[in-house]
Structures are given as C-alpha cells and as structure tokens.
Ligand binder design. Structure first.
Ligand code: AMP
Length: 289
C-alpha cells in the first residue's frame, strides 16, 4: 500500500493507471475509520482494479462553532485498517497542500442544500462539494462510493456530477450500524456512556416511523410528531435539531407521503451532533441509483 501526501504525485500515478487501462475506485473519507467506511471500500474494491482512499479532515466543511479542531484523528490506526482492507493507495494531503492561502474557488449545488443539514450548517455543502470536486480532479477515479448515512451529501454529489458532466459513476453504500442500531460514525467516540445508550433513539424513531407508515399513515407531520414524542420520552439528554421528511427528487419537504422519500433527523447529545435517515419507496421506484 502506498501513502501519498502530495497532489502532484497522486495525479501522476492516477494518470499512469488510466493509461494502462486500469479502473480506479475511490472512497473519500475524513479518517478515524470504522466499518461504515470499510463497507464502502469493499464496494469500490469489487468494481475497480485500483482502490484509492483519501483521508482528509476538510476545514472548509466545518462551521466556525463546529468540531474541526476536536474531530478525531489517528492516521497510523487508519493506515493499518486500510492495509487490512487491501487499499492500494491512501491519499492523505495536508491542509496547506489542499488549500493555498489565496484559494478562492467554490462549488455550490443550489436547491438541494436548503433543507435538512444544509439548513443548519450554512456553507457545509459548499465545503463538501468543493473538496470532492478537487479530490475527483486529483484522484481521477472512474467510480466513487458514498455512504447513505450522509444521504443529503450523496444526492448533492450526484447532482454535481450530473450538472458538471463529470465522467465518474457515483455509487451509494448502505448505512452500517452498531448491533443496537446506532449508525456508525467517527463522532460516536464523543458520547459518554449514558449518551451512547440514549443515542439509539435516532434509529428506533426511524423504525417507529417505518412501522406507522406500514400501517397506512401518510401524513408527514403526524409521523414527525410521533418521532419527536418518542425521542423526548426515551432520551432526556437529547436535543432535536430537526426531523424532516423530504422527496428524494429535490430534497424538499412533503406533507402527503408518496413515491420515494427520505426521513432524516439530527439530534444533539451535549455538543455531539448525530444524524441518521432511512429512505422509503412506496411504489417500488427509486432514486438511489
Ligand atoms: P466521513 O469520514 O464521515 O466523511 O465519511 C466518509 C464516507 O463514509 C461518506 O461517504 C460517509 O457517508 C460514509 N459513512 C460514514 N459513516 C457511515 C456508515 N455508518 N455507513 C455507511 N457509510 C458511512
């Protein structure tokens, strides 16, 4: 396994692989790897000759009062995990390598960033889209895999690729969970033991919503009300930021449930912000392609 820190070196190697006719699969990450990440490596591995993983905590996607400084980092441990997963190249640039002092170009995917996390993290998805486009230009992948844990991110990247005619196939990977349903996340390490216990309410409230929908409920506001009630009753340490039900075509809120929609929520435990979601299709059609 090769560890590359320089943009120029990464671009040169990718160019050689491309000329040799080898398919490059890519998984961008912010490190502190867990099975959610490695599940994406496995998907990319199957579809490509060369697997590239990037590890870069992207300052551009953190707000001024967010956890950029505290975000967990452990490159040595991450490299061990990558080796065990048969990653061919880890691209781990420094901040100054990625962003020159007078960096001034940003990518904005409009409309899709107006609800859900985008509403509460202004500029976040500009940071995400900008770094992902840069990484795509550097790594030059044929395919890239993104987790549905961050569903809004997946939809935004897919729209960017379509709108800017990037010749890259974007593949979604399912959310990987702990045995009690909590979605795996690098941020779970912030939780103390009581918060960790209560954090299962995110997934449980999504399962409650699914259950109510299966029984015939079609009103988004009634489902959101039931989820909120469940979380407040079962997790006194929680503070709900949002619970939303949106159409997967445009990520806009809907009231009457139909075709395919995303139920997503963000909940704070102390300073730790957790997100989760499920996608439900009532008529068998799906936008998850
Ligand atoms: P991050 O390191 O948090 O930026 O995540 C890198 C990639 O891993 C993104 O595509 C995430 O959606 C994905 N990811 C993070 N957690 C999970 C999970 N629990 N299951 C599946 N994918 C995940």
């Amino acid at each position: 396994m090769k560890v590359i820190r320089k943009i120029g070196e990464m671009m040169d190697i990718s160019e050689i692989y491309r000329r040799e006719g080898r398919t490059i699969g890519f998984v961008p990450t912010m490190g502190y790897l867990h099975q959610g990440h490695t599940s994406l490596f496995k998907i990319a591995r199957k579809k490509s000759h060369i697997l590239v993983v990037s590890i870069f905590v992207n300052p551009l996607q953190f707000g001024p009062n967010e956890d950029y400084k505290e975000y967990p980092r452990d490159l040595q441990r991450d490299l061990e995990i990558c080796k065990n997963e048969n990653v061919d190249i880890v691209f781990a640039p420094s901040e100054s390598e990625m962003y020159l002092k007078d960096f001034s170009t940003f990518v904005e995917v409009k409309n899709l960033d107006e609800e859900l996390c985008g509403k509460y993290r202004p500029g976040h998805f500009i940071g995400v889209a900008t770094v992902v486009l840069k990484l795509f230009n550097i790594v030059k992948p044929h395919i890239a895999v993104f987790g549905l844990k961050d569903a809004q991110q997946y939809f935004i990247i897919r729209r960017m690729v379509r709108d800017l005619n990037l010749d890259i196939e974007i593949i979604p990977g399912p959310t990987i969970r702990e045995s009690d349903g909590l979605a795996m996340s690098s941020r779970n390490v912030y939780l103390n033991s009581e918060e960790r216990k209560q954090a299962t309410v995110l997934y449980k409230s999504l399962m409650l919503a699914k259950d109510i929908i299966e029984k015939g409920e079609r009103s988004a506001s009634r489902i959101i009300y039931e989820m909120e009630k469940f979380i407040k009753e079962n997790a006194p340490l929680s503070k709900i930021q949002y619970i939303q039900i949106v159409d997967t075509n445009n990520l806009k809120p809907i009231e009457e449930l139909k075709s395919e929609f995303l139920i997503a929520l963000a909940v704070f435990f102390g300073k730790t912000r957790l997100i989760d979601n499920i996608i439900i299709s009532l008529d068998g059609t799906t936008n998850i392609i």
